[in-house]
Design a protein around this ligand. Structure first.
Ligand code: S3P
Length: 449
């Protein structure tokens, strides 16, 4: 995996317009779930369009260590699953690398099993809070044999009798919601998750597709009550993974800020819990046409036709945060090139992503001559229509910080350098090649321009 290599700096510099068509890799959230649900279902699951990034490959290895058979035939992944409750005790630690989704969902998936499982990850993942999933797992009766101030390495063992819980998720987190729902699959009776603010709904939709007994009730305030019945007979499915809207954010913003650009991004997931960035960029004046809306694999997808635009600053509604939570770093780049102030309130959750993204973005903007104000839970950016650039950005093992600032360099007056590009392989392994084909210019491996 990428972590085995030494850090590798990289620069992006402004040049010609970006032109052509790009197909972004498969959605990361759906790909993790495809691996896990396939491993838990009885019989064979086939997956096409899977994201073959390091995060997903780590989840795949963990599922193999629990007894699932996983192999690739041509472009299609085959997963032979074990059935609910069928996981075997792993002979080694489960290493999730950089992947928060991988480890948090897997703790729900196997934490109730009657054997010890130890979860580890890289320096970024080890620094991230896991109490948010350990708390509900403890309520279910899962024994936390090892933890380090509720951080990795963590070892779990399931109880003799796991208890169904009714749990209100205290923060907007699809990972916490999903962890509890997955644990609920092996608990007799009804497990209930209350979600005050709707987050991405891939777990609910995909579990239903696999045959789980799951229902969702939404009240007048938008509070969702999700109920899953334990011990279902999940059966293998044929899955098609759509393109990742979070990855699409990079060519989308790049085409908007590099003068003369005209780019089509094909096959992008349009699930409304994921499209907040598109709404925001359109409000900023971005010329984005949503073309060819169609349904694939139970989800709406579309092609995004985007052209260079003069952007203006906006205030992003706080309620939109869950539907674009991973896109704030690249939105910050768009805001830096806009005219006027962009305000992003209610984004405290950015502090516990692959890095403290609020701080990492603010430092990266400052290093490249962009004025901003960082609050505990907000960011304000003063856009001046152009960015001086010329700075070096610390990426803190965070793929989205790395890609966002390379995008900035494609339109800034001077090149932008990132200290380390290795983590891009976690979610967008073809990033450099795909952008080069559109006309972007990057310095070669390890060389800063
Ligand atoms: C994800 C949920 C989000 C998101 C992450 C993927 C998921 O995390 O940031 O990249 O697939 O469930 P949180 O649950 O921490 O908000």
């Amino acid at each position: 995996m990428s972590h085995a290599l030494p850090p590798r700096s990289r620069s992006a510099s402004g040049g010609g317009a970006l032109n052509g068509t790009i197909r972004v890799p498969g959605d990361k959230s759906i790909s993790h779930r495809a691996m896990m649900f396939g491993a838990m279902a009885r019989g064979r699951t086939t997956v096409s369009g899977l994201l073959e990034g390091d995060d997903i490959l780590a989840t795949g290895k963990a599922m193999q260590a629990l007894g699932a058979r996983i192999e690739k035939a041509g472009d299609v992944w085959h997963i032979d699953g074990l059935g609910v409750g069928g996981f075997l005790a792993p002979e080694h630690d489960l290493d999730f690398g950089n992947a928060g989704t991988g480890v948090r969902l897997a703790m729900g998936l196997v934490g109730t099993s009657p054997f010890a499982t130890r979860f580890v990850g890289d320096a970024s993942l080890t620094a991230r809070p896991m109490g948010r999933v350990l708390d509900p797992l403890r309520a279910i009766g899962v024994e936390v044999i090892e933890h380090h101030d509720n951080r990795l390495p963590i070892a779990l063992r399931g109880p003799r009798t796991p208890l169904p819980i009714r749990y209100r998720v205290p923060m907007a987190s699809a990972q916490v919601k999903s962890c509890i729902l997955l644990a609920g699959l092996v608990i007799p009776g009804e497990t209930v998750v209350i979600e005050p603010v709707m987050t991405r709904d891939h777990t609910e939709k995909m579990l239903e597709g696999f045959g789980a007994d799951i229902s969702v009730a939404t009240d007048a305030q938008g509070v969702r009550t999700i109920t899953v019945m334990g011990l279902p007979d999940l059966k293998g499915q044929e899955l098609i993974v759509p393109g990742d809207p979070s990855s699409a954010g990079f060519p989308l913003v790049a085409a908007l800020i590099v003068p003369g650009s005209d780019v089509v991004i094909g096959n992008v997931l349009m699930n409304p819990t994921r499209t907040g960035l598109i709404d925001t960029l359109v409000e900023m004046g971005g010329d984005i046409a949503i073309e060819n809306r169609r349904v694939s694999g139970g989800e709406e997808i579309a092609d995004l036709h985007v052209r260079y635009s003069r952007l203006k600053g906006v205030r992003v509604p706080e309620s939109r945060a869950p539907s674009m939570i991973d896109e704030y770093p690249v939105l910050a780049v768009a805001a830096a090139f806009a005219e006027g102030r962009t305000e992003m309130p209610g984004i405290e959750e950015l502090r516990v992503k692959e890095s403290d993204r609020l701080a990492a973005v603010a430092r990266g903007l400052e290093a490249n001559g962009v004025a901003c104000e960082e609050g505990h839970d907000y960011l304000v950016i003063e856009g001046k229509g152009r960015v001086p650039g010329g700075g070096t950005v610390e990426t803190h093992l965070d793929h989205r910080i790395a890609m966002s600032f390379l995008v900035m360099g494609l339109a800034s007056d001077n090149p932008v350098t990132i200290d380390d590009d290795r983590m891009i392989a976690t979610s967008f392994p073809s990033f450099m090649d795909d952008f080069t084909r559109l006309g972007a210019s990057f310095s070669p491996d390890g060389e800063a321009a």
